[in-house]
Write a protein that binds this ligand. Structure first.
Ligand SMILES: [Zn+2]
Length: 244
């Protein structure tokens, strides 16, 4: 019995020993590889069902159509790290959000080799929003930026200095919260017309945005919530003048 225990102990000790040889990768190579992946992007698809990784990678590439070389690596279930040889490709891809890949909203965040892919939170996305119902005296980029701030952090207003030359008017780039309903508008003050309602229209989200629950990620026809009873068209009509 004793010898059996001894033998067993010996076997366990042996198997617990740390490996004596560690592959020593030259630091220069590690550094080069680290630098290669710094400033890259990590992306995921906002979806419910499983999507084949190869299919997703192929679809991401064909949606973006980078002009230079792009490397894409799967780093977990529905997590892909992308690096670009041309900065212009990456800038365009970030600027032209939101992207739809395989009918799903693509979410992206900055990434580098010292980050853990599983720590990345895809909580925000920049979207263009246009404002309906703005008063004449709201027509300055600064006031538009102020109003658009109700939708999310406003990072850009176009046109920057002049008045808009088309019927769409100003548009604002806002960083919205992905998992919260998009803000539909806001009541704002004016100098001479009391309080008016400004409604927000989000661009490039058809098919991945729901007009029932106002969430990103699914089409209106696929909303898990029952359709709400039609309310007065308060979002389209001017907000009642509360000062009357
Ligand atoms: Zn919905």
């Amino acid at each position: 019995m004793d010898s059996e225990i001894k033998q067993l102990t010996k076997a366990i000790t042996k198997s617990l020993k740390l490996p004596t040889t560690v592959m020593n990768i030259p630091e220069k190579l590690l550094k080069e590889s680290h630098e290669m992946w710094s400033g890259s992007l990590i992306v995921t698809l906002l979806k419910r069902e499983q999507i084949n990784g190869n299919q997703a990678m192929k679809a991401i590439r064909s949606t973006w159509r980078p002009r230079g070389r792009m490397d894409i690596l799967k780093r977990g279930n529905n997590l892909y790290v992308c690096r670009f040889d041309r900065n212009q490709d990456q800038e365009r891809i970030e600027d032209e959000q939101p992207w739809k890949v395989l009918g799903k909203l693509l979410l992206m965040q900055p990434f580098s080799a010292d980050m853990n892919p599983f720590d990345v939170r895809f909580n925000t996305i920049p979207i263009w929003v246009s404002l309906g119902g703005v008063a004449l005296e709201h027509h300055t980029p600064l006031i538009v930026e102020f109003i658009a701030g109700a939708a999310g952090e406003c990072i850009l207003v176009l046109p920057k200095e002049t008045l808009p030359r088309n019927v769409e008017g100003y548009k604002a780039r806002v960083v919205v919260k992905v998992f919260e309903p998009l803000i539909q508008g806001t009541a704002t003050t004016t100098g001479h017309q009391g309080i008016v309602w400004v409604n927000f229209t989000y661009h490039q989200v058809s098919g991945v945005y729901c007009h029932v629950c106002f969430h990103l990620g699914h089409d209106t026809s696929l909303c898990p919530l029952p359709p709400a009873e039609q309310l007065d068209n308060i979002l389209i009509l001017e907000y009642p003048n509360l000062e009357d």
